[in-house]
Design a protein around this ligand. Structure first.
Ligand code: M6R
Length: 365
């Protein structure tokens, strides 16, 4: 049942404030301001590395998780798409664990990677949305996302719930490894708890502007997404989401890679969506934006008040989000990114919930 929504995808986008809260509450004791015991079922303290693997959107969630595990828990992370992981003959040495991320829990390549690691005696964790899935059954430790059933082929609420779990696990790992003080834990937890309160309001407030922008975007053939740090995987996710449901060609790039090739494509026919909260990498991304503008590129900037004030160039659109802590930005910035893809696809008149050639669960290789 779609309720008042035109598509399941839209309904699922708007469910995020609730399901992300629900998921966070599973790992975080809001009242005490701490990560719950048991959030860390993988003995993170004993590890010297973690391998993460997944496909599609779940892979991009894992990629953001890598930044978090390394930054907060000082735990080195290797990450691959599952269809590469299973064949690349990685030496599974040392004290390692493997973490798989999957909405359906049935993705063939992710499952095969899990079985490969299991056969080698590696401890397995799985972040899954479908509790009774094969991946959930075969993992040693299951970390559920509580997104509820996701019907739209384009993953939205499962993604932000995966991020909520990964943020919680990175903090749990940091605690276990002694890289997070009690005061830092309570500060980060507070940031997540407060962050989820604003998601609903943000969805409502950016919607009209994004609809207007999407009408325009639907006229273009190519779109480039740029981001740095944890905004880089979000750029990849934005491009994937746009191409899968609107069929507009889109690419996501690390902003710093612009000069290494994609800048050759810049002209007024390819809008560039820049995902850039005013964090410590902002200045770098702003200079990439200048390079785009200098070549006649049209910029859509997703940022906060500070970021908007810091750039003087003319944009095609600027979407301003509230200023939040670093650990909250990927979840918050995912919202406009999803809405852009959704509304653009609606203007294109595509079958948003059932895009051509795609299946919700990819159980073949
Ligand atoms: O069920 P899974 O999370 O394992 O699925 C992985 C991908 O197939 C999935 O995220 C796909 O990329 C989505 N269509 C993205 O919107």
């Amino acid at each position: 049942d779609k309720g008042n929504h035109r598509h399941f995808m839209e309904k699922e986008i708007y469910e995020q404030p609730e399901v992300v809260t629900h998921t966070l509450a599973h790992y975080i004791d809001f009242a005490k301001g701490e990560i719950r015991d048991g959030a860390d079922k993988l003995d993170f303290a004993a590890l010297d590395r973690l391998a993460i693997s997944a496909c599609g959107t779940a892979y991009y969630a894992g990629l953001i998780g890598k930044y978090w595990f390394e930054r907060y828990a000082r735990l080195p992370v290797e990450i691959d798409v599952a269809s590469e992981f299973r064949y690349r003959e990685m030496p599974l040495t040392g004290k390692m664990a493997a973490l798989f991320v999957s909405q359906s829990g049935e993705t063939a390549d992710t499952l095969a990677s899990l079985r490969y690691c299991k056969g080698e005696g590696v401890a397995i964790g799985a972040i899954v949305n479908v509790a009774e899935s094969t991946i959930a059954r075969e993992a040693d430790a299951v970390f559920p996302t509580l997104a509820g059933p996701e019907i739209g082929v384009a993953s939205t609420k499962a993604f932000t719930c995966q991020l909520a779990v990964l943020a919680s696990l990175a903090l749990a790992a940091a605690k276990a490894r002694g890289t997070l003080t009690r005061a830092q834990e309570s500060e980060m937890v507070q940031a997540l708890v407060e962050g989820r309160r604003i998601f609903g309001e943000v969805l409502r407030s950016v919607q009209p502007r994004i609809e207007r922008l999407s009408r325009e975007l639907s006229q273009y053939k190519d779109v480039l997404y740029l981001g740095r740090g944890t905004n880089y995987p979000l750029a990849l996710e934005g491009a994937l989401k746009l191409k899968e449901i609107s069929y507009i060609h889109a690419e996501g790039y690390a902003a710093g890679e612009l000069k290494h090739g994609p800048i050759a494509l810049i002209d007024e026919a390819m809008p560039v969506i820049v995902i850039a909260p005013h964090d410590k990498l902002f200045e770098k991304t702003a200079s990439n934006m200048q390079e785009v503008a200098a070549r006649g590129g049209r910029i859509i900037l997703i940022t906060d008040e500070k970021g908007a004030r810091a750039v003087s160039l003319k944009t095609m659109e600027t979407i301003i989000l509230p200023q939040v802590a670093d650990i909250v930005t990927p979840i918050l910035y995912a919202l406009p990114v999803q809405l852009i893809a959704y509304h653009t696809a609606v203007f294109m008149g595509t079958d948003v919930d059932q895009p051509r050639n795609l299946a919700k669960s990819v159980t073949v290789e």
